[in-house]
Design a protein around this ligand. Structure first.
Ligand SMILES: [Fe+2]
Length: 157
């Protein structure tokens, strides 16, 4: 669910109304809510390909320096934010570990960044209502506390 104040990065704006996205088998099957739901659906449909409605990537932010007021990379990386993205994920980059290497060649790509969401990964709670709660698994040789943000890479893109 997208709440007012979340970031609709695909249209470079803050949401002003609620959006409820339903996904099944990696594809958006329903977009409900207020005016932003309708403009999101129209925007995705404007690409004219099925791939614009498919899940591209998802992740969570780990950067304590990010400022929610700045739409863009800060929206994707703010500590405890959750991102769900639709559309293209065929990104190739010359830098190592950069680019998704997916198979969706849609013309559309739409990132949705949520500030007070929760995220589970394989049954493990990673983000609880906008707070990063997962800790990295500890190696046997390590001692001392593990910071909440250590070793939890964001899948931002
Ligand atoms: Fe993205």
């Amino acid at each position: 669910m997208v709440a007012p104040g979340d970031v609709l990065l695909g249209q470079w704006k803050f949401a002003t109304t609620e959006i409820v996205l339903t996904l099944r088998e990696g594809r958006v099957t329903e977009i409900a809510g207020g005016a932003d739901a309708r403009t999101l659906e129209e925007h995705l449909a404007s690409f004219g390909d099925e791939g614009a409605f498919r899940l591209s990537h998802a992740g969570w932010g780990t950067d304590h320096r990010a400022d929610w007021a700045h739409i863009g990379m800060d929206s994707e990386s703010l500590m405890g934010s959750v991102m769900v993205s639709l559309g293209r994920n065929v990104f190739n980059a010359p830098a190592p570990f950069c680019g998704f290497g997916g198979a969706n060649a849609s013309e559309g790509h739409y990132d949705i960044c949520c500030r007070h969401a929760s995220l589970w990964l394989d049954g493990r709670l990673v983000v609880a209502d906008g707070r990063l709660v997962a800790t990295a698994p500890r190696r046997k040789s390590e001692s001392g506390p593990v910071a909440e943000h250590e070793s939890l890479p964001s899948a931002a893109g």
